[in-house]
Structures are given as structure tokens and as C-alpha cells.
Design a binder for this molecule. Structure first.
Ligand code: MN
Length: 247
């Protein structure tokens, strides 16, 4: 099995190595990741200039040789180039993102977008993220859990598109739905060192997490697996219409 691994934190992220390490016993691993951090860039793609795959050495003393490439591009670019250059892939994995991708964060996430790009190619794909609230995640401790999740996903129907969030000390694994709480979207003014006005956009969720959601599961200490789909159509709205034609 050819496993393409990417992320949005950039080629040097320790989360990327942790995911590669977790995937190594499942098949052949190749890393194609953004040269720089591209977090919260969502499903952006580069259309205005050509992209290049630059061979890279990733150092982790416990890992066998990893074939790795860096790209001056987005996570979705990396998946497109990686699949093309390898002549295909059997599984696309993204992460481990240093920071959660829960609820509304899925809309902004480059980590999830990379998995989505794999799924758009018809491939099974999963995005892995670890919340940072309790500090830097203990990635080494999470590797056996990532393996467990991967084995579980690969035993099920394919292709799949699954968003995985890993709390610091998991109690178990739960299937969840996406939390759809609104967020404040607060804009906070600030001054830079030259006295110029600037703004911070703060997309922080409001209220308690709804039971059964990704945010709720992780708050309870469970690994959250949320199956995602590409069709964003509001089916209830559509079927509630008296007739599809408006003129
Ligand atoms: Mn990120």
C-alpha cells in the first residue's frame, strides 16, 4: 500500500514525522509537504505559477529512510503533486496537526483540506489533529492510537474521508458528528511597533459542545472520528422547496 503523507504545518513539523512513523507498518510511505506553514489556508490551490517537488531529508533517528519532498504550495497542492509524481497512491494522510480541527475549524483547516483533496481523487483519506490546549502533544504516546485508528478505518468501507482529533491521553475512540456551534468571530484591534492599526480575527466557538459531536468527544477525553462528505448541499432546504424552478 502506497501512503502519501502531508500536513499544513510544514515539512519540519514533528507531527508529520509522528504520522509517518505510525503509517510505516502499513505500507510504503512518501512525504510531500508544504515548505512553510500553511495553517488555516483551507483548500487553497496554486494556479498562478508552476509548482516544484524538492527532495528533502527528514531526520528522525528511529525512522528508516523516508522519501520526502517539500513544495512551495498548499496542502492540496502537495496531495495533487504527490499523487501525480507517484503515479497514484492508496491512502492519503494529513497531520498530525499541532492544534485541533474541530467543528468550525474544519472549514479553515489546511490539514483537513489535504485529506479532502485525496478523497476528491477517489482515495481513502484521513486528517489527524491534536489539540494544543494542554501544551505540545506527546506525539510518541499518540502513535499507537493513530495506528489503532488507521487499522480500524482500513477494515471498513473505502474510500473514506475521516477527520480525526486526538486528545492528550485518550480514553477510547468515538465516531462523532461535526459540531456546528457558531463562533464569535471577534475582531480585536491592535497597534504594531510603528503605531499602525491592525486587527486580530478571533474565531472562537461560543457555548458548550453538543453531545455526540467532535468537540464534545475530545473534551471528554476520547479520540473523535468524524466521517466527512464532499456534498455540501442542504438536502432539507432543497426537499422543502415547493418546486425547484423559480421562474
Ligand atoms: Mn496547522
Amino acid at each position: 500500500m502506497r501512503i502519501l503523507i502531508t500536513n499544513d504545518d510544514g515539512i519540519l513539523s514533528p507531527g508529520l514525522l509522528a504520522l509517518a512513523r505510525a503509517a510505516l507498518d502499513l505500507g510504503e510511505v512518501r512525504v510531500v509537504a508544504p515548505e512553510w506553514e500553511t495553517s488555516a489556508q483551507g483548500h487553497a490551490v496554486t494556479l498562478g505559477r508552476p509548482l516544484r517537488l524538492k527532495p528533502t531529508r527528514l531526520f528522525d533517528l528511529d525512522l528508516p529512510y523516508l522519501e520526502a519532498y517539500r513544495v512551495e504550495g498548499t496542502p492540496a497542492d502537495c496531495v495533487a503533486l504527490g499523487v501525480y509524481d507517484w503515479g497514484g497512491a492508496d491512502l492519503v494522510l494529513s497531520g498530525v496537526n499541532l492544534g485541533s480541527n474541530l467543528g468550525h475549524e474544519i472549514w479553515h483547516s489546511g490539514t483537513v483540506a489535504a485529506a479532502k483533496q485525496g478523497y476528491l481523487f477517489g482515495l481513502p483519506a484521513a486528517a489527524f489533529s491534536a489539540p494544543l490546549e494542554a501544551g505540545e502533544p506527546d506525539l510518541k504516546a499518540l502513535i499507537p492510537w493513530i495506528r489503532k485508528v488507521l487499522h480500524h478505518l482500513l477494515e471498513g468501507p473505502r474510500p473514506f474521508l475521516v477527520n480525526v482529533n486526538l486528545p492528550p491521553k485518550p480514553k477510547g475512540i468515538l465516531w462523532t458528528r461535526q459540531s456546528v456551534r457558531r463562533y464569535g468571530g471577534e475582531v480585536v484591534p491592535t497597534l504594531d511597533p510603528l503605531g499602525r492599526e491592525g486587527y486580530w480575527f478571533v474565531p472562537k466557538p461560543q457555548g458548550e459542545a453538543e453531545e455526540g459531536t467532535d468537540r464534545w468527544a475530545v473534551a471528554q477525553g476520547f479520540i473523535s472520528l468524524t466521517p466527512l462528505r464532499l456534498d455540501l448541499t442542504d438536502g432539507d432546504w432543497l426537499s422543502g422547496l415547493a418546486r425547484p424552478s423559480i421562474a
